[in-house]
Design a protein. Structure first.
Ligand SMILES: Nc1ncnc2c1ncn2[C@@H]1O[C@H](COP(=O)(O)OP(=O)(O)O)[C@@H](O)[C@H]1O
Ligand SMILES: [Mg+2]
Lengths: 215, 426
């Protein structure tokens, strides 16, 4: 489902030098797997997810997700890939203020996703009753559920989660982890990067990102 | 991105910063409002100049004898029937109408009832005979032909003369205002070869009367227009020149034939009376110049509005960096983000342009109404100082949109350049 070969990504460190965050990452995730990538803060976990999800294009190496090779895709093709093939879940939820829960879930539809079921997605994450709420009227856990419903909206092949429990207390985070578990049980491929043990505890496979390499 | 999605997203972001939107719209409103207002005023004044003050028919060429040319010394420069025939045969000439001034002075001594007032007045009268066809369309009473000796002479007054009478003469003398219909049939005595100011000719005085039969743009300004045969008869009776014409009005096939025609006429040793045309052109040019200056000023305001929108959108894009990053993450292309900013600008511009146009049109109507009530009457005072072709407000809206889109150029580029990975970090 995900295949990465020799991924390299550098940032300029501001003093004219460069910082090699990814230094030859190889990764294979099979259909239906739940994989956790662990690593200290600053180890490059978010960077890796952005590359795999087509948000970052300034990398070297090869990435194939759900049969799509990202190398050489144009901006519109990458946009369509992000729109329908992958779903992102972020640490700080990133809902659009001013849109209610239902519209936030349907946000991918604004950019072309077709056949999505916003109501069904909200019900799947247990928030069917709060479709009309603004993000500001939801708790942190509920916001993350809305964000997950949004990621599920276009029926993606892969869920890419960046510290999905990082902003949540233990109990709420636990519920979110349970949600990922059950989604994975239904056959969805999930790749979660985290530095929290409780996330990796439910993963079928745990990888470690260290010094730009994945082990 | 589909249009309906775009519209919803635009509505969303405008709703979230109503104050910013209002301030952006305000700038466009002022610029477009001023532009539409001044252009409408310029068009309106231009129309008054063209249609009322100097109603020059673009197809007509007024040919007059040249006074002091070599030709006149050789007997040329006069307009006799042969000359008229030659003029009528010039290429591009559709019609030629002769004019002959009654070459003796005339006065009207009026003493009696005048439309409900008493009038006691002596007035010099200038009468010019013309071919009937020149004014026929405006003759509303009887036929425009020589009635013969002792009969009232049909006379046509100039529209402008009536205007001047109504707005200057009548109010000053406490006389009633007159409409063309009211005037029809009005008779007054005239004595030819009599004058209060110049020496009369040796011939006899002819006492007769005139009857107004119409009001026409083609009537001569400084007098009355009568049938040509009447002028010939009166000149003959007074023993003055009844052979040559004082002018010929040529009707060109089209206005584009006029310059060529004027050149040919001059080659024949005759003059083209371009007084009215020149006045009209000068006045028209003055109006155009003023309008252009004010329109330019308004365009400058539009430019400032565009700069204002550029600032506002830049700030808005900066505060929405994260949100635009989210959109990129869920499937927006760079072009979608750029389109969103442009669409917001277009909405602001359209709103400002529409509001400005509406306000300008409302102001025009209000000023016209106020002028009707508050401004004193003056010659050529129009019913409306404005001319608002339907395309003007539409152009106002279009220009408002254009100004806003121009202002949105840079912010939209910045928005498209946002790195979503960075925007969503943390
Ligand atoms: N856009 C960027 N410009 C410069 N440095 C960056 C940028 N994004 C990330 N980095 C650096 O790359 C390293 C890895 O960042 P990140 O992938 O966010 O780590 P993690 O998610 O594991 O905490 C950090 O040192 C961070 O400062
Ligand atoms: Mg991170």
């Amino acid at each position: 489902m995900i295949s990465a070969r020799g991924l390299k990504r550098e940032f300029s460190d501001g003093d004219g030098g460069s910082l090699r965050v990814l230094d030859g990452v190889d990764l294979d995730v099979k259909q239906g797997e739940l994989v956790a990538v662990m690593g200290r803060s600053g180890s490059g976990k978010s960077t890796l997810l952005h590359v795999l999800g087509g948000l970052d294009t300034a990398y070297a190496g090869d990435v194939t997700v759900a049969g799509t090779s990202l190398k050489g895709l144009g901006d519109h093709e990458l946009a369509r890939f992000r729109n329908s093939t992958v779903g992102f879940v972020f640490q700080s939820f990133h809902l659009v203020p001013g849109l209610n829960a239902l519209d936030n879930v349907a946000l991918p539809a604004f950019f072309g996703a077709q056949g999505g079921d916003a109501k069904g997605a909200l019900e799947r994450v247990g928030l069917g009753a709060k479709a009309g709420r603004q993000p500001s009227q939801l708790s942190g856990g509920e916001r993350q559920r809305v964000a997950i419903a949004r990621a599920l909206f276009a029926r993606p092949k892969v869920l890419l989660c960046d510290e999905p429990t990082g902003n949540l207390d233990a109990a709420t985070g636990g519920e979110i982890i349970e949600l990922f578990k059950s989604l994975n049980a239904e056959g969805l491929t999930v790749l979660a990067v985290t530095h929290e043990e409780r996330v990796s505890a439910v993963a079928g496979r745990v990888l470690k990102l260290e010094n730009g390499k994945l082990t | 991105m589909r249009a309906s999605s775009l519209i919803r997203l635009v509505g969303l972001s405008l709703k979230r910063d109503v104050r910013g939107a209002v301030s952006s719209v305000f700038g466009v409103t002022i610029g477009i409002g001023a532009l539409v207002f001044f252009v409408a005023l310029g068009l309106g004044i231009g129309r008054v100049v063209r249609e009322k003050v100097f109603p020059v028919d673009a197809q007509l060429v007024e040919v007059v004898p040249s006074q002091l040319t070599l030709g006149s010394m050789l007997g040329g420069g006069k307009i006799d029937q042969a000359t008229v025939d030659r003029l009528a045969a010039l290429p591009g000439v559709k019609k030629a109408w002769r004019k002959m001034t009654v070459r003796v002075p005339a006065v009207s001594r009026y003493d009696g009832e005048f439309f409900g007032s008493r009038l006691h007045l002596g007035l010099e009268v200038i009468a010019v005979g013309v071919d009937a066809e020149l004014v026929r369309a405006d003759v509303k009473l009887g036929e425009f032909i020589d009635p013969g000796e002792g009969q009232p002479i049909p006379a046509v007054a100039a529209t402008r003369l009536l205007d001047i009478y109504n707005h200057t003469f009548a109010p000053n003398r406490g006389l009633p205002k007159l409409t063309p219909t009211l005037l029809l049939g009005f008779q007054f005595p005239v004595e030819f070869n009599r004058s209060f100011v110049v020496q009369a000719k040796p011939g006899p005085v002819t006492a007769t009367s005139m009857q107004l039969v119409g009001v026409s743009d083609r009537g001569i300004l400084a007098g009355l227009t009568i049938p040509l045969d009447t002028a010939v008869r009166l000149n003959k009776a007074s023993g003055v020149d009844a052979e040559t014409f004082s002018a010929v009005t040529l009707q060109a096939e089209s206005p584009s034939h006029v310059p060529e025609l004027a050149a040919r006429v001059k080659e024949m040793g005759l003059k083209v009376d371009e007084q009215d045309r020149r006045w009209a052109e000068n006045a028209g040019a003055a109006v155009l110049l003023t309008t252009s200056a004010l329109a330019l000023l308004s365009l400058l305001i539009c430019l400032l509005a565009a700069v204002n929108i550029a600032h506002a959108l830049s700030a808005s894009v900066r505060t929405r960096t994260k949100e635009l990053g989210i959109m990129r993450a869920v499937g927006a292309a760079k072009a979608d983000v750029r389109a969103l900013v442009f669409a917001e600008a277009a909405a602001l511009g359209a709103a400002g342009g529409a509001l400005g146009s509406v306000l300008a049109v409302a102001a025009a109507f209000a000023l016209d109404a106020a002028a009707l009530t508050w401004l004193p009457q003056f010659p050529f005072k129009p019913d409306s100082f404005f001319s608002i072709p339907i395309g003007l407000p539409l152009a106002g809206v279009a220009l408002g949109v254009l100004a806003s889109l121009t202002g949105a150029w840079w912010p939209s580029r910045d928005a498209a350049a946002i790195d979503p990975a960075r925007a969503l970090a943390g």
